[in-house]
Design a protein around this ligand. Structure first.
Ligand code: PMP
Length: 457
């Protein structure tokens, strides 16, 4: 009992210190300063993450869609330790290099589709996208087409929060935050207009399509198009069949680079190693991060095809872009072990098998609860929408906070999920989850929806 009191007072102290000294990312700072963090993570194992008080939660979001191999994986920790004891950090500037960075570059070249063959390392997704934008523009300068500067991004896209990535991001709160987006260099089109992108000018939204944006801006002014194969934070939106192929074709026809933002999809999340492989599309540039290390270390990269690599190498002078942590040896060693485990343990087979269990579970929720609609799943990336009146597609009033309330109910039942706005809930558990655990997630969501319905009665 005495030790419990000590523990409780220690937790209380942590909460107070957090409230006072820790400004959290993507968080309501006022609310946090008043209420403190709902959970202080102190441990974890597999799909579970533990609060410092010992309460165990199912991590139904793999934290931020990144802890793909789950928590507490000793082999990943060992890989980090082993590399740290050799040399923890080494510069990659001015031609310096290190073994894990070289080996990982080769591994990524081998495992990515098509002719993707070289990498530029970063520390995360936003840096990867900013790097992709800058390299794409630089590529066209080398090619003697310096006017090709604009980047096309699509509605509901999330590409990160550095100033370039924020400008590409379409989600309003991020896009507009602090008035920091760069005017003039980015163009937005509407996502997933399959017919328009295939050339159908009668599509009612044709003017909003990527195709129309290219016509309007002129291909001579456009460097690249960036697309998430499956949109994550913007709603877990799976593109219509044929869409990514149509955009690939459009890019080829107009001499525009195709950047796939694989920050969430990469490394197995959608049941294939990379999201684009679901549609047999090979991008010119690919942004990766998150699942490359399962979150055990901060790492990202831009993967480029052979022609792009050869063009960069043809430039005489310094490539004036690079981060202190580009090619971080410890992060690269962790990534190598993470990829080895993904392959060795046939994790993609598990993702495919669990996709089916998740699909059945979501179908059950939709059948049982008339407020559940638009259930979707690809690999272990899933979501569903909430409607007050499903038949007439009527959303709940925003003040009902349908998705956040249900997510809170789940949290009370020791399941972490994420609301995407007021009407959508995402589910993206670690890729090593088993059938019983997926069913447990569904059972908790089921109870939580019932609790929500009782609340609003
Ligand atoms: N792109 C996508 C598709 C993402 O989901 C994210 C992060 N959620 C990012 C880029 C930004 O990555 P980071 O937070 O590592 O900068």
């Amino acid at each position: 009992m005495a030790s419990q009191v000590v523990k409780d007072s220690k937790i209380q102290e942590l909460i107070e210190l957090d409230k006072k000294h820790y400004i959290h990312p993507t968080t309501d700072p006022k609310l946090l300063a008043e209420e403190g963090p709902p959970i202080i993570f102190a441990g974890g194992e597999g799909i579970y993450a533990d609060h410092v008080n010992g309460d165990r939660y199912i991590d139904g979001m793999s934290m931020l869609w990144n802890v793909n191999l789950g928590h507490g994986v000793a082999e990943l920790a060992d890989a980090a330790r082993e590399q740290m004891m050799k040399i923890a950090y080494a510069s990659s500037f001015k031609g310096f290099s290190n073994e894990p960075a070289i080996e990982l570059a080769k591994k990524i070249a081998d495992m990515t589709p098509g002719d993707l063959e070289a990498v530029f390392y970063t520390s995360g997704g936003s840096e990867s996208n900013d790097t992709a934008f800058k390299l794409a523009r630089f590529y066209w300068e080398i090619k003697g087409k310096p006017s090709k500067k604009k980047i096309i991004a699509v509605s509901n896209a999330y590409h990160g929060v550095t100033i370039g990535a924020q400008t590409a991001t379409a989600l309003q709160a991020f896009h507009e935050f602090s008035g920091s987006n760069i005017p003039g260099l980015f163009v937005h089109a509407t996502a997933h207009l399959l017919n328009a992108e295939q050339g159908d000018k009668n599509d009612p939204q044709y003017e909003e399509s990527i195709r129309a944006a290219i016509e309007r801006e002129g291909a001579d002014n456009i460097a690249a198009i960036i697309i998430e194969p499956v949109q994550g934070a913007g709603g877990v939106n799976i593109p219509p069949e044929g869409y990514l192929q149509a955009v690939r074709k459009l890019a080829d026809e107009h001499d525009i680079l195709f950047i796939a933002d694989e920050v969430i999809c990469g490394f197995g999340r959608t049941g294939t190693m990379f999201g684009v492989e679901n549609w047999n599309v090979v991008p010119d540039l690919m942004s990766i991060a998150k699942g490359i290390t399962s979150g055990y270390s901060q790492l990202g990269a831009v993967v480029m095809n052979k022609e792009f690599r050869d063009t960069l190498v043809s430039f005489e002078g310094v490539l004036a872009h690079g981060f202190t942590y580009s090619g971080h040896p410890t992060a690269c060693a962790v990534a190598l072990k993470n990829i080895e485990m993904l392959e060795r343990d046939n994790v993609l087979d598990n993702v495919k098998a669990m996709e089916k269990v998740m699909r059945d579970g979501l179908a059950y929720l939709k059948e049982k609860h008339d407020i559940v609609t638009n259930t979707r799943v690809i690999g272990l990336l899933a979501a569903f929408d909430l409607r007050e009146d499903r038949e007439n597609d009527k959303t709940f009033a925003p003040e009902v906070k349908a998705a956040p309330t249900i997510v809170d109910e789940c949290f009370d039942r020791k399941l972490i999920l994420r609301p995407l706005g007021m009407d959508r809930i995402a589910i993206a558990p670690p890729l090593i989850i088993n059938k019983e655990e997926v069913e447990k997630i569904i059972a908790i969501i089921d109870e939580s929806i019932t609790a929500f319905k009782n609340k609003i009665k």
